[in-house]
Design a protein around this ligand. Structure first.
Ligand SMILES: [Zn+2]
Ligand SMILES: [Zn+2]
Ligand SMILES: [Zn+2]
Ligand SMILES: [Zn+2]
Length: 481
């Protein structure tokens, strides 16, 4: 078999003294002395960007081992060394498996699955390929690549031996938790959590090669967490860190539960999971009231912080801000079938690229309406370097027009619009209206029409402006107030 040796415990035994100490302690974190690279990389990248940013350090993960399981693993590793493999060293094993896990995540990122052949059993490879094809998004594949210093917790959760005639197998299940920084923009870093469950096997039959191979690799979690380090006072930063959920690393807001060993989890995780992601003990019904009290004191970053929103808000202000936030995500308003989503500054390009029939350019544009046109037409109008939606809708034999300003709600008062309906048959017949613009927070146009602050013309009147081809012309004008 042309299989490369992943790692051999014998080969690495010189390192065992270094790593035995790590595997013996139940708490290890990203201390700078152990991970100098993270720190220097950050220093360099942060020096080049905004000075307001704090020097980030990944949060500590405190691992409370499942005591019985921990003792069991220790005894079984001892048994392995004594009876099956005198060269076995737990430290070297942990070192080798850390390297192997990193290598697999690297292959997931690169997509070169043929490189998995030498590292994994066939069944583990098939499962992982399946996950790569159907479960992991492209974003997750990009995020998952780990370096050894990203791995904060790597612990054996079970060690089993099986004998089948002359065949002898040892399997070690490992839980891996990793935290790392992901650069969203030049001055904005997001925390990424990766949780894995892996199994390493070694065939101890007489003629088998002396190597460990991955026989299981499950990705439990791979996601960006909303840890941000913008311009905040230190106390707020520290309080926010204390409010990170032990399961999802999102900030806990309001109801907080604890696991059996005392890790705090958010409401959502409590509903979604039975056990704690960090220690695997059961989540209890016990609330952490004192920490819940802290939620009312801190200022949380807006959920669009990664898109540039600088706002920090009290818990009770978050929801209102979410609806008004200038950096919120916009959907496509011109075509219900279109699934596009993006920021406000990307709207114009999308509409010009995909729906240019519905884009009006300039402060005064002439449009036409035909009887057979759909009941609701939306245009994007570009005027004064700003964006507006022009809605034209007929309901119950009345034609309505309204204009929404796409931007900060406070700025809507800077503009108003005019509608002028005219006919080329009679020069002295025209209908003209002037009306206020609305903000784009009320996405449901019905609400604006119900409010009465819009232009409304009965279809019977409108039809008197029709030319011989059944077309009504009107001008729409955006004005500065
Ligand atoms: Zn959570
Ligand atoms: Zn826990
Ligand atoms: Zn915001
Ligand atoms: Zn679209």
């Amino acid at each position: 078999m042309n299989r490369l040796v992943l790692f051999r415990s014998k080969f690495c035994s010189c390192l065992s003294t270094n790593f035995a100490s790590i595997s013996n302690v139940s708490r290890f974190s990203s201390k700078s002395t152990r991970h100098p690279r993270i720190k220097t990389d950050f220093k360099r990248s942060l020096q080049s960007c905004n000075k307001r940013y704090q020097m980030p350090k990944t949060p500590d993960l405190i691992y409370m081992p499942h005591v019985i399981r921990w003792v069991k693993s220790k005894l079984r590793f001892k048994y392995l060394k004594k009876i099956w493999d005198p060269d076995f060293s737990e430290g070297a094993f942990i070192y080798g498996s850390t390297k192997a896990v990193c290598r697999i995540t690297e292959i997931i990122s690169s997509g070169k699955t043929e490189e998995l052949d030498s590292l994994m059993t066939v069944s583990a490879k098939i499962k992982l390929q399946d996950d790569m094809n159907y479960r992991l998004s492209q974003v997750q594949k990009n995020l998952i690549m780990l370096k050894p210093e990203d791995i904060k917790i790597l612990v054996p959760i079970n060690v089993t031996f099986s004998k089948d005639g002359p065949g002898k197998m040892c399997r070690v299940g490992l839980r891996v938790l990793a935290l790392k920084w992901h650069e969203v923009t030049a001055d904005n870093y997001k925390l990424v959590l990766v949780a894995l469950q892996t199994e390493f096997s070694r065939d101890y039959s007489d003629d088998a090669p002396p190597e460990w191979i991955i026989s299981g690799f499950s990705i439990l979690e791979c996601a960006i967490r909303p840890t941000t380090f913008n311009n905040m006072n230190n106390l707020n930063i520290e309080l926010l860190k204390a409010l990170q959920c032990s399961c999802c690393f999102d900030y806990m807001k309001g109801v907080i539960y604890i696991c059996f060993t005392g890790h705090s989890v958010c409401d959502t995780c409590w509903n979604a999971h039975n056990s704690c992601l960090i220690c695997e003990y059961a989540l209890t019904d016990t609330r952490n009231y004192s920490l819940e009290g802290v939620c009312g004191l801190v200022e949380y970053p807006c959920e669009n912080n990664d898109k540039g929103c600088p706002q920090y808000l009290k818990l009770e202000e978050l929801e209102e801000h979410r609806q008004l936030c200038d950096y919120r995500s916009y959907g496509c308003n011109l075509d219900k079938q279109c699934s596009w989503e993006g920021r406000r500054d990307q709207l114009k390009k999308h509409y010009l690229d995909k729906h240019d029939d519905n884009v009006l350019i300039g402060e005064e544009c002439t449009c036409l309406w035909k009887h057979d046109k759909p009941g609701h037409t939306v245009y994007l109008m570009l005027a004064f370097d700003e964006l507006f939606y022009v809605h034209n809708r007929s309901v119950n034999d009345i034609m309505y027009w309204t204009v929404q300003y796409i931007g900060r709600s406070e700025d809507v008062i800077l503009f108003y619009f005019e509608i002028e309906i005219f006919t080329d048959q009679f020069n002295d017949r025209r209908l003209a209206f002037s009306e206020i613009c609305h903000d784009d927070v009320k996405v449901e146009v019905d609400e604006i029409l119900d409010s009465g602050f819009c232009v409304a013309v009965p279809l019977t009147v409108l039809e008197t402006y029709m030319n011989t081809e059944g077309v009504v012309f009107y001008k729409i004008k955006i004005r500065r107030a």
